[in-house]
Ligand binder design. Structure first.
Ligand code: SF4
Length: 462
């Protein structure tokens, strides 16, 4: 097996690694034609891509016949090299029609697409991951359970029917009580097509609910300037709205966690109203007093936030909001705390977690004056929880009589335990379906709600 290797300076072909021996009777091995142009640096890129392809079981072919897709690693050094690269792309398009372009000319995506609009994907130099993603999309690798120790969707520690989908690492904010930016660094977003490929594999493996997580989900893509990457034959921007929209097409429940309330969060509410993603937003508000929020170094206009929540609920009346708060933050007065309770009454959040402030080693908040005594923190925490319990009981009471979708988490001899669209696993409430022993985990059923308390719902399968 050889790759087709050409160079503006040498046309001497170079050998690709030997083919892996496969047992007879196996499904057809995916085949990639590889055209390598340009200098030794480009050649090393080609070797790396070919190594990855081979390690995933792809065959590398010396010609275009019978290959599932062709990768053209281009050169963009001189005009003559660019011309040769464009003509190599044209040759591969004419002979095969399924072409992925990478390498130095890849930075001139518009020029390539203008001349060869049918190209499947264009990536730049050293973008091995993006090339692999494009190949995976064009022709998925074979999963061979006899030799691959890792399932196609990777290892997971969650039940089979839901999975966490991490879209970025790190955080650009500087909340004074938090050391995550020091520990994990600045925001580092994954390319949109990496996220989508993982999400699609999870759904293909039986996942019914994707839980989108990161430190700062709505900042997604800011660090990579919302770069596009090819997904299903079109560029997909690494932007909160675009990614969320694409995830909404996978046919699974999509639940958004850790959404910082930037203005553009408003844009995704219509997706929730249209049923494309779950009507659920997990926004860690942390407090409501502008003074405390300022000390926390968090955005501080909770009046505006309450008005936004009201607007969101107008667009999507079924929207469930979950949040976390900190009581007893340094300098929090009784007046600040009362402001928080009043705001809670106004915002009427569906699910709330509350923490008593604890200093974290290395956090800036440790230098703040006005430490709140432990007994005061404790007392405020109980008042906060009691206020929220009432709100939650009221909201859950309005669910009685409604028929809703329930995803089943567990079944035992007494019945099934599931969740509504308004409840995330582990942190929110449950729907008890007593006697529904015939259900299985991962099933989504309709249930009529017959009873509620301040945390959970009880229903009958409709
Ligand atoms: S609390 Fe969240 S948003 Fe604030 S710095 Fe920490 S990780 Fe970032």
């Amino acid at each position: 097996m050889t790759a087709i290797t050409k160079s503006p300076r040498t046309t001497k072909p170079r050998a690709a690694p030997a083919a892996k021996v496969r047992r007879a009777g196996k499904p057809k091995i995916p085949k990639v034609g590889f055209v390598s142009l340009g200098c030794p640096k480009a050649l090393v890129d080609s070797e790396r891509i070919i190594t990855r392809l081979r390690s995933e079981g792809y065959q590398i072919a010396a010609d275009y016949d019978g290959v599932d897709v062709v990768v053209v690693n281009t050169c963009g050094f001189l005009n003559s090299a660019k011309e040769e690269s464009l003509s190599a792309i044209g040759e591969a398009m004419a002979a095969n029609g399924r072409v992925i372009v990478t390498g130095c000319l890849g930075v001139e995506e518009a020029r390539i697409l203008a001349e060869h609009p049918g190209v499947l994907a264009v990536t730049g130099p050293h973008q091995y991951e993006q090339v692999m993603e494009a190949v995976h999309q064009a022709v998925p690798p074979l999963h061979d359970p006899f030799i691959d120790l890792v399932p196609a969707e990777g290892f997971r520690l969650t039940p089979r029917h839901y999975a966490y989908l991490k879209i970025s690492e790190g955080c650009n904010n500087a909340c004074s009580f938090c050391i995550i930016p020091d520990l994990r660094g600045k925001l580092a977003s994954r390319p949109a097509n990496h996220v989508m490929t993982e999400a699609e594999k999870l759904v293909q493996a039986g996942v019914k609910e994707l839980l989108v997580i990161s430190q700062d989900t709505s900042a997604y893509g800011l660090d990579i300037k919302y770069a596009t990457s090819p997904w299903k034959g079109a560029p997909l921007a690494a932007r909160f709205l675009d990614l969320t929209t694409a995830l909404g097409h996978l046919g699974a429940w999509v639940r958004l966690h850790y959404v910082y309330p930037y203005p553009h969060v408003d844009d995704i509410i219509p997706l929730m109203a249209d049923g494309k993603i779950l009507p659920y937003l997990d926004i860690p508000f942390q407090h409501a007093s502008p003074r405390v929020l300022k000390a926390m170094r968090r955005p501080g206009n909770q009046d505006k936030t309450a008005a936004r929540i009201a607007k969101w609920r107008k667009i999507c009346p079924d929207l469930a909001l979950r949040s976390t708060f900190i009581v007893g933050f340094p300098g929090e007065t009784e007046e600040d705390f009362q402001m928080l309770l009043d705001w809670l009454q106004e915002a009427r959040l569906n699910r709330v977690g509350c923490f008593k402030y604890e200093p974290v080693e290395g956090a800036k908040a440790n230098d703040l004056a006005g430490a709140v005594p432990e007994d005061v923190k404790e007392e405020r925490w109980h008042r906060f929880m009691a206020a929220q319990q009432e709100i939650s009981r009221d909201i859950l009471g309005t669910r009685i009589g409604r028929t809703i979708d329930v995803i089943i988490d567990e079944v035992d001899e007494e019945g099934a335990l599931g969740r509504s669209k308004w409840d995330a696993p582990e942190i929110d409430g449950s729907v008890f379906l007593n006697g529904a022993t015939e259900l299985v985990a991962g099933q989504i059923v309709q249930a009529k709600i017959v009873h509620a308390d301040e945390y959970d719902l009880w229903g009958e399968v409709a």
